[in-house]
Design a protein around this ligand. Structure first.
Ligand code: ASP
Length: 300
């Protein structure tokens, strides 16, 4: 039996948070670690663990995923998510959901109950309904802080909140059987154009898992993570250059910085290594294994 490990993030950015906001975010991370380790500790799969952790973070309003998601330029919610199983490289993703309570569970349904990898907008909504997934009124996702943030961004000319805060959530895990999995869920960027799809639901960009190398989840300026093919690049560096997990992760973030993007990554390997990194002031993040846990927002 190998060692299990779980790493999660709740987005990165300037992280200028009030004490209450910071405490709420850290509590959210702890709840997600609880949910994920309850799966992994008794020998459950990495796939189940990342879904369980992501669902907790989606429901927590401190993060930009599920409830608490940011609003697009029209003041509406459009949710993206992806999940991937490193054992088989099976993957599922959704984009532009408006009423499905847990986008990560919808992504898993696409993976397991359809022949496709990515469903979007009305097609994804209809599929989720057919699968009997829980739906909510779009208003359920909205919290007043995100509406205020949208007004601020629109007043400033509609520029993305690139330097403010990315609150996407993600989870990566390795289970005692040595399999890895990744999950990412997001509301995207404040004031995004409707129909915009970021890196999170794109397999190989913001989400990737491959038992031959690593599982990753990203947060940050999604367009740059797409252009860098961040997730696939990280695992390719490990497989083809023989880089270790942290070296490959740092190299991908450096490449994205060179393009002009910023953000963060979390990763685990089938050997039980864990790594994270970010090029913003902070990142909500946490890790847990049999020896204990750590949650943080600032520093490294
Ligand atoms: N990467 C996400 C996106 O571009 C945003 C985030 O990390 O909060 O949709």
């Amino acid at each position: 039996m190998g060692r299990w490990r779980l790493v999660i993030h709740g987005g990165c950015g300037a992280m200028r948070l009030t004490a209450e906001e910071e405490a709420a975010g850290l509590a959210g991370l702890n709840g997600a670690l609880d949910a994920g380790q309850a799966v992994l500790r008794p020998g459950g799969t990495a796939l189940d663990a990342v879904e369980a952790a992501a669902r907790q973070l989606e429901d927590h309003p401190a993060f930009n995923a599920g409830r608490g998601s940011v609003l697009n330029a029209e003041g509406r919610i459009e949710l993206d998510a992806a999940i991937m199983d490193g054992r088989t490289r099976a993957a599922g993703a959704v984009a532009g959901l408006r009423t499905v309570r847990s986008p990560i569970t919808a992504a898993r349904a696409v993976m397991e109950r359809s022949p496709h990898v990515l469903l979007s907008f009305d097609g994804a909504e209809e599929f989720a309904r057919e699968q009997g997934l829980e739906t909510v009124d779009p208003g359920w996702f909205e919290i007043p802080e995100r509406r205020a943030m949208l007004s601020k961004v629109l007043d400033a000319g509609g520029a993305f909140d690139a330097d403010v805060k990315y609150g996407t959530i993600g989870a990566v895990a390795v289970d005692v059987h040595g399999h890895v999995a990744a999950a990412t869920s997001t509301g995207g960027l404040t004031a995004k154009r409707w129909g915009r799809i970021g890196d999170s639901p794109l397999i190989g960009a913001g989400t990737y898992a491959d038992d031959r190398a690593a599982a990753i989840s990203a947060t940050g300026s999604g367009e740059y993570f797409i252009r860098a093919a961040a997730g696939h690049e990280l695992t390719a560096r490990m497989r083809m250059l023989g880089e270790d997990l942290q070296t490959a992760l740092d190299a991908v973030l450096a490449d994205i910085a060179e393009l002009g993007g910023k953000g963060g990554l979390i990763a685990v390997s089938p050997q039980g290594e864990a790594a994270w990194g970010f090029t913003t002031a902070g990142m909500y993040r946490g890790r847990a294994d049999a020896e204990g846990r750590q949650v943080a927002v600032h520093g490294f």
